[in-house]
Design a protein around this ligand. Structure first.
Ligand code: FE2
Length: 286
């Protein structure tokens, strides 16, 4: 059995949905896939995608990204209600959104989904914010500001604290076997920026196309890193940034393999984005 990673599959784009539905069903029958968020805001389409994935893979794991919690045409009163609906739908289809021990291989391994959200700098010190020259502090071009609604959260509870709080029962317990965790959002600043010394470094832009947009305002939360450290993950998979990479920091392998938008390059440092990336068993170091 192998464990595969894919995120940000954005199936609102027909070619992305085609890539999911045309996967070789025989090839992955004994395998697991981690879908690290940003599938679609459309619940019907999400359901169709999950049904397809559960036919292709033996195990499917998921945690929502920001796009999955976008509200449209008042389909849900708030994003918390939509989150609960999605988690229930996953349960009914057989998609895992809580920890599961995979015992199919010689060495059993835990897959631990970690729900998450970003901490904006004005919300707390857990923010991964790094100042940027000429940035728009209100981040007016960020669609979550309009598409997501957290009004039903108790006063003083920000979305990042709420989502990370959902993990608490899975963080305080002991895991006797190795742990692979995953989240949609990023857990630390070190993985945000490209390392131009890396062998697989590919410069993305000659010139910054959005000088006013500072991604670090909405990247993730250091509290997520705390949870990853507590459960002693050996691999942590994530998405959100659409900047694929695989890097080992402090003994943890961080890996991101986003399909992204059709307008983005189809190949990246982790290979072909049109197919999921095998992340387990770990490849021996060259
Ligand atoms: Fe995305």
């Amino acid at each position: 059995m192998s464990i595969y990673l894919w995120s940000d599959i954005h199936i609102d784009f027909g070619e992305n949905l085609d890539a999911i539905e045309s996967l070789d069903a025989h090839r992955y029958q004994q395998d697991a896939v981690i879908i690290a968020g940003d599938v679609t805001h459309d619940v019907k389409l999400l359901k169709r995608c999950f049904i397809s994935l559960t036919r292709t893979f033996k195990h499917v794991f998921f945690t929502p990204g920001n796009h999955d919690l976008w509200l449209y045409k008042k389909d849900f009163p708030c994003s918390v209600t939509k989150l609960n609906h999605l988690l229930h739908m996953c349960h009914e289809i057989g998609v895992h959104t809580s920890p599961k021990l995979l015992t199919d291989e010689a060495e059993p391994v835990w897959i631990v989904p970690l729900h998450s959200w970003y901490c904006k700098p004005e919300w707390g010190t857990e923010s991964l914010y790094v100042p940027k020259q000429d940035e728009d502090p209100e981040l007016k071009m960020w669609a979550d500001n309009i598409r997501v609604n957290w009004d039903t959260l108790t006063d003083g509870v920000t979305p990042d604290k709420y989502m990370l709080g959902l993990n608490q029962q899975h963080v305080v317990r002991e895991y006797q076997q190795k742990v692979i965790s995953f989240s949609h959002f990023l857990p630390n600043r070190d993985i945000i920026f490209p390392d131009n010394r890396a062998k697989n470094y590919i410069p993305r832009y000659v010139q910054d196309p959005f000088p006013q947009f500072n991604f670090t305002r909405v990247a993730g939360s250091s509290e997520l890193q705390t949870q990853i450290s507590i459960i002693k993950s050996v691999v942590h998979a994530y998405g959100h940034q659409h900047r694929n990479k695989s890097v080992t920091l402090n003994g943890i392998q961080y890996v991101s393999h986003c399909m992204g938008y059709p307008t983005e390059e189809p190949f990246g440092p982790t290979g072909d984005k049109r197919v999921p990336l095998r992340i387990w068993p770990l490849s021996p170091s060259p």
